[in-house]
Write a protein that binds this ligand. Structure first.
Ligand SMILES: Nc1ncnc2c1ncn2[C@@H]1O[C@H](COP(=O)(O)OP(=O)(O)OP(=O)(O)O)[C@@H](O)[C@H]1O
Length: 292
């Protein structure tokens, strides 16, 4: 299997502040990987390292087998990059920006741009600087599809997009990734979109990678157990319990363990009655990372 992204033991600090230590992961060709994490856990930092904008203190990242600091122009043309939603050249209008970008990319597909853009309520003569935040994001996404990259890296692609356009874009992306065997690495705080789109999920915690798994495994294996108790219940993570929170005498416990094992653990505290629940990816994310 081709590895499109390889990160090996990345350690990064801003000043004295550790962002992560020895972070390693790979993304195979054709996969859609979603990077999730609370604010400030280092998602944009990873994207900046992947693109060679930031040099980590140690470790190596490779895209298409080339080290991030020495990407050739040919490899760069295979990568579509969206940094927090926007295009920079806002003095262009909708038509001019398409013509400007087309010169840089050999496989430029102008129809893909106009197909997305025709859904926008703007004229080709409208300047980007006079557009709303979401409209500018739509232009940026249209330019990415026209580039026809083999690897798409999208940082917070849903920023400013309304629900209808977000759904449309998620559907385009899904089709793009599966029909053409493209690879996508993306971040978003809109986890409902991620659930529809991604194959694998990486969740960052402060200073470390919390979890990297196929979404299917999370959806099938991770559960919430609700029960009532006045006991002082304490589980360690080494016992397979990710999170156990109390609100009054009502408890929420999250685990990948089979029901019988959780039942056995609860019995030690005298709890025989509990309710087991399947989770959306958003609920699973909250169960894994806690509510702050
Ligand atoms: N240039 C910088 N200098 C110093 N600290 C920085 C710099 N850029 C980011 N940070 C800090 O590093 C941490 C990670 O930032 P980053 O932007 O990667 O987080 P994020 O996960 O993308 O956050 P969000 O979800 O809010 O977009 C934050 O605490 C941030 O304040």
């Amino acid at each position: 299997m081709d590895k499109i992204i390889e990160c090996d033991k990345i350690t990064h600090y801003y000043g004295n502040r550790l962002i992560y230590k020895d972070l390693s992961f790979e993304v195979e060709k054709g996969k859609v990987l979603g990077l999730l994490g609370k604010n400030g856990t280092g998602k944009t930092t990873i994207i900046n390292i992947l693109n060679g904008y930031l040099k980590p203190r140690s470790g190596v990242c490779r895209l298409f087998g080339e080290e991030m600091e020495h990407l050739t122009p040919q490899t760069k043309a295979r990568i579509g990059l969206l940094l927090e939603g926007h295009v920079q050249h806002t003095y262009f209008n909708v038509g001019q920006i398409e013509r400007f970008y087309s010169g840089f990319f050999p496989k430029w597909n102008r129809d893909a741009y106009y197909e997305l853009l025709k859904k926008l309520q703007v004229l080709p003569s409208q300047k980007l600087s006079t557009m709303s935040c979401g409209q500018r994001s739509q232009v940026a996404l249209g330019l990415l599809f026209a580039q026809d990259p083999e690897l798409l890296i999208l940082d917070d692609f849903s920023m400013g997009l309304d629900p209808g356009y977000r759904r449309l874009f998620v559907e385009y992306l899904k089709e793009y990734a599966s029909a053409e065997n493209k690879t996508v690495f993306l971040t978003s705080h809109i986890i409902q979109d991620m659930e529809l789109l991604i194959d694998d999920c990486m969740i960052m915690d402060y200073g470390r990678l919390l979890l990297h798994k196929p979404v299917k495994e999370i959806m099938e294996g991770f559960r919430r157990f609700r029960f009532a108790s006045s006991a002082d219940i304490r589980f360690g993570q080494d016992e397979g319990i990710w999170n156990c929170e109390r609100i009054g005498n009502n408890w929420e416990l999250y685990s990948f363990l089979p029901t019988a094992e959780v039942a056995h653990k609860l019995k030690q505290y005298g709890i025989e009655q509990f309710k087991e629940e399947n989770l959306s990816l958003e609920d699973a994310f909250i169960g894994l990372t806690g509510k702050y």
